[in-house]
Design a protein around this ligand. Structure first.
Ligand SMILES: Nc1ncnc2c1ncn2[C@@H]1O[C@H](COP(=O)(O)OP(=O)(O)OP(=O)(O)O)[C@@H](O)[C@H]1O
Ligand SMILES: [Mg+2]
Length: 368
């Protein structure tokens, strides 16, 4: 799978830009704040129908402009596919595949898989459980459509159940029959989500551990544990037992929407005890395992986006990573850097096919 061309109109700090890419390394080079990461984000839009950074579509429109439009041409299985994304203030987002609008955006997820490695990955360690659930869900959703459907249905039922609990609380009423209708569906979808997440982790964890040892060059013991409010007992039993608490707090306090992942190094919390370098290696290993698993499931090499990777790694580890992603196990790579000479020298040394774009305040020029 190769992203051949990308065109942007009024996207973030760009007026208009057209880029062609090579099948291996594509680098965006420039000073801080020039628009390098914005280009990676445009590519992210094409794969996920949304920004990696900003969930509010209209905030990705260039300030004081009425709309943005992105267009991409991707080669996959010997055919070129055209993808269009348009966002106009006050209108529904338009997303088209080969000029045909999707009925539901979820149909697009997973067709053109992508893995983004970004400095903001640190949120996986520092932020609340929601980001870790999203991390898990976003990987599974790229290769398992049924999972994504179940997740959407679960969230819908959860929303309805919470609204009913709130209504009971505000009106000082309670009606177990109408609650049971939602409970039944919540349990059906919820148990499936838990089962699929457990299965995902069984496959993911060995890949993660192998990648950690490769990146860190050590044999340190790392682990990733599933932390669920539903353990050995059925979701139905746990949900029933939690009813008094759910009524008092007027929302659903147990279920896969509260799941978490525990990151550990040498049996201790990664967040509390690991060094910054160890944390960075851990995050990189998570992302490389994500890449491997999606590649295996989808039989295609995801696009790999490396944002500010120098920020994460020392010189030798950076070289090791570039060496790794230069190989045949990886496909097309997009990378940002602030030093044109550094990146040019590295690619010339390892003889990889590469293209360098100089990014200067929303304008882009080919280098060399
Ligand atoms: N909706 C928008 N309209 C106009 N400009 C925007 C919008 N959103 C972001 N920007 C601008 O984009 C610029 C940031 O671009 P980007 O994050 O791509 O920089 P960068 O080249 O990756 O920099 P760094 O090296 O610091 O990471 C900022 O100047 C920001 O103000
Ligand atoms: Mg950046």
């Amino acid at each position: 799978m190769i992203l051949e061309k990308l065109s942007l109109i009024n996207f973030k700090n760009y007026d208009e830009a057209q880029l062609e890419f090579c099948p291996k390394f594509n680098c965006f080079v420039g000073n801080n704040g020039m628009g390098k990461t914005n280009l990676l984000d445009a590519i992210h839009y094409i794969s996920f129908c949304k920004s990696f950074f900003n969930a509010i579509d209209s905030q990705n429109i260039k300030h004081d402009h009425p709309f943005f439009a992105l267009q991409a041409w991707i080669q996959k299985n010997d055919e070129t596919h055209e993808i269009f994304c348009g966002v106009k203030r006050g209108h529904k987002k338009q997303f088209k595949h080969n000029k045909k609008e999707y009925e539901r955006l979820s149909e697009h997820i997973g067709l053109y898989p992508l893995v983004m490695i970004s400095p903001s990955d640190i949120e996986l360690i520092w932020d609340g459980s929601e980001v870790r659930r999203k991390f898990m869900d976003s990987i599974i959703s790229q290769y398992d459509k049924v999972y994504l459907e179940k997740l959407i249905s679960y969230n819908h039922v959860l929303h309805q159940r919470n609204a009913l609990l709130k209504q009971f609380y505000e009106n000082r009423t309670f009606d177990s029959i109408s609650l049971e209708i939602w409970d039944e569906q919540l349990v059906i979808y919820g148990q499936e989500i838990i089962r699929i997440r457990k299965h995902f982790l069984e496959e993911f964890i060995p890949l993660f551990i192998r990648n950690y040892h490769f990146i860190s060059g050590s044999n340190e013991e790392v682990s990733l544990e599933y932390d669920s409010s539903i353990k050995d007992i059925s979701y139905k039993t746990v949900l029933l037992a939690a009813l008094p608490r759910d009524r008092a707090s007027h929302h659903t306090t147990v279920g896969p929407h509260r799941d978490d992942l525990n990151f550990k190094l040498q049996h201790n919390s990664l967040k509390k005890f690991a060094s910054q370098g160890q944390q960075k290696s851990y995050l990189l290993a998570l992302k490389l395992a994500q890449f491997e698993l999606i590649k295996e499931k989808k039989h295609t090499k995801p696009l790999l986006l490396l944002d500010d990777i120098y920020d994460k790694l020392d010189e030798s580890r950076f070289k090791q990573l570039i060496e790794l992603v230069s190989g045949d196990d990886f496909g097309q790579v997009f990378i940002t850097d602030t030093h044109p000479d550094r990146i040019q020298a590295m690619f010339e040394k390892n003889h990889s096919q590469h293209l360098i774009y100089l990014v200067n305040n929303g304008s882009i020029q080919k280098h060399g």
